[in-house]
Design a protein around this ligand. Structure first.
Ligand code: AP5
Ligand code: MG
Ligand code: ZN
Length: 213
């Protein structure tokens, strides 16, 4: 099963992608998580990505595309994957399509998690992230068992650098300009499914499972 998660920053792509990955036993591939891990480990890629991310801007396509194409061809992705945060621009979507077509493959579903901008800023301020394993929490809506500690791997939880309200507003405007056009792109391909991301996260997941089967 090959799935793409679409949706605004904070719509719940990562939260749902994680649940999909566990249920369907496919890897959760989040470009944001990959960049954050690289920043944490002080790599060259992390150094290049950090300035863009801190400002709420997209990292250039040239730093993203090959990374993802290589990742989806790794062994653990043979039976599928859930892509979270990629593609995010039309050129990224076209590059992905080209790579898939060359391999005789295609995406099964693009799931669009729909949440209005008004809800987003409130959600972001309560988000906590694990930079080690990528797990995501919310201090009210999805609290970890122990405050500040990741349930999955025991690492310390942090507030993301780009979750400051003014940066969130930037990310939303970049989303509307660069990423929202992908909704039309996948609508034309006929494999997009909308889910209402304002529901409780377990209800959102139930709606997704009803689509995926
Ligand atoms: P990325 O990490 O992908 O950030 P994003 O797209 O802005 O999305 P978020 O991770 O902020 O939100 P989410 O939809 O995953 O929501 P979450 O599940 O956490 O990218 C970060 C940056 O990296 C980009 O700005 C860019 O610079 C760069 N980048 C990454 N990919 C790139 C690419 N392909 N090209 C170029 N640049 C790229 O949920 C949010 C909060 O809400 C959490 O606290 C969660 O617990 C809570 N929540 C979730 N669901 C619900 C619910 N139903 N009800 C209540 N609360 C909920
Ligand atoms: Mg995310
Ligand atoms: Zn963790």
């Amino acid at each position: 099963m090959k799935i793409i998660m679409l949706g605004a920053p904070g719509a719940g792509k990562g939260t749902q992608a994680d649940m999909i990955a566990k249920k369907y036993n496919v890897p959760h591939i989040s470009t944001g998580d990959i960049f954050r891990a690289n920043i944490k480990n002080g790599t060259e890629l992390g150094r290049k990505a950090k300035d863009y991310m801190d400002k709420g801007l997209l990292v250039p396509d040239s730093l993203v595309v090959d990374l993802v194409i290589d990742r989806i061809h790794e062994d653990d992705a043979k039976d599928g994957y859930v892509l979270d945060g990629f593609p995010r621009t039309i050129p990224q979507a076209e590059a992905l399509d080209k790579a898939l077509t060359e391999a005789g493959e295609s995406i099964d579903y693009a799931i669009n998690v729909d949440v209005p901008d008004e809800n987003i800023v409130r959600r972001m301020s309560g988000r906590r992230a694990c930079l080690k394993c990528g797990a995501t929490y919310h201090i009210v809506y999805n609290a970890p068992k122990t405050e500040g500690v990741c349930d999955s791997c025991g690492s310390e939880l942090v507030q993301r650098e780009d979750d400051k309200p003014e940066t969130v507003l930037n990310r939303l405007s970049v989303y509307h300009k660069e990423t929202q056009p992908l909704i039309d792109y996948y609508t034309e391909k006929g494999n997009i499914k909308d889910v209402d991301g304002t529901k409780d996260l377990n209800d959102v997941f139930a709606d997704i499972v009803a689509i995926l089967g």
